[in-house]
Ligand binder design. Structure first.
Ligand code: SF4
Ligand code: SF4
Ligand code: FES
Length: 307
């Protein structure tokens, strides 16, 4: 913290709280022990404020404000748990859960559905996945009484990671990681408008034909399982994926002198995926293709035995 940084007094849920100038409302809440739900926020990315699940009531403001990006100001009076806030968050979560497959997003989204009493079923049962040759992002209009969904076929077009945009909450984290926040590759962006907005490569080409360099930084930030290591996807399909039997061991990437920290997720004595801690000073949670996916050589037992 800079020596000249001022301290401000704000009121959060009726309690006076000291915050630092430049902090966001979310940061001031966290420092005061008040949890604010987030979906599109991540510590190693700039806030894009698109999910609106973090909104809080600010006295004097006509609209609810996003706590993840709104800076604190002296004298602010903030309510994080008012009926208006809870109603708004519940609505956002219900709409998401009615349209998106959140079955692999218990930690990121499921807990908030319960916390805010979201009932996505009130929009009607989800439209069946009509996996015809529809173009990505062009959902079928729902049948009467059914909720529209973002369902589309799973994209498996390379050996490293799988894209299942039926699970995508459009949080923009992958787009940010691929773009200005980490990789500067811009292989993916949001195409379409309104309900048809979806993450896509240029002209929806398969990944091997896109600008993707397979750094996997998009996979590393995706909170819902929409982007998944192929190794994890295959194990889930086979019913063998079991986080309870996995250990996570941190080590330093052996490939170059930058020295990124790798977190090796191991199940049954095999590396099943590689992440990197967000608070790592070198890569801030981001890696390159070698650190992220280049782990096969350490466990190529078959080759070693036959040589
Ligand atoms: S793997 Fe890297 S380059 Fe490819 S889409 Fe993801 S973030 Fe972009
Ligand atoms: S694919 Fe994942 S990271 Fe990207 S927008 Fe969808 S949910 Fe967010
Ligand atoms: S976390 Fe604030 S808008 Fe998404």
């Amino acid at each position: 913290m800079s020596e000249t940084m001022r301290t401000l007094e704000v009121t959060i849920d009726g309690r006076p709280v000291l915050a630092r100038e430049g902090q966001t409302i979310r940061e001031a809440c966290m420092a005061a022990g008040v949890e604010v739900p987030t979906l599109c926020f991540l510590e190693n990315l700039a806030p894009v404020s698109v999910c609106r699940v973090c909104v809080v009531e600010l006295e004097g403001s006509r609209t609810l404000v996003p706590a993840c990006s709104r800076p604190v100001e002296a004298g602010m009076v903030v309510h994080t748990d008012s009926p208006r806030v809870r109603t708004s968050r519940r609505m956002v979560l219900e709409l998401l859960a009615s349209a998106v497959d959140l079955s692999a997003a218990e930690e990121a989204v499921g807990r908030w559905l319960k916390e805010f009493g979201a009932d996505p079923g009130r929009y009607g049962p989800s439209q069946e996945r009509p996996w015809t040759a529809q173009p990505a992002g062009h959902h079928h209009p729902p049948e009467t009484g059914r909720a529209a969904t973002v369902a589309q076929p799973v994209k498996i077009d390379n050996e490293l990671y799988v894209r299942d945009y039926s699970r995508c909450i459009l949080c923009y984290k992958c787009v940010e990681a691929c773009g200005v926040e980490a990789q500067h590759t811009f292989a993916i962006w949001v195409a379409g408008r309104g309900f048809d907005a979806h993450v896509s490569t240029e002209f929806d080409v398969p990944l091997p034909e896109s600008a993707c360099v397979y750094c996997g930084n998009c996979v590393g930030v995706c909170p819902t399982g929409a982007l998944m290591f192929k190794s994890e996807y295959d194990m889930r399909q086979a019913g063998t994926w079991d986080p309870a039997r996995q250990t996570v061991t941190e080590t330093i990437c052996p490939y170059c002198g930058v020295g990124c920290t790798l977190a090796l997720h191991v199940q049954d004595n095999r590396i099943v995926k590689v992440t990197s801690p967000l608070d790592n000073q070198v890569g801030h949670g981001h890696l390159c293709v070698k650190g992220r996916f280049g782990f096969a050589f350490v466990q190529d037992f078959g080759d070693r035995e036959s040589s």
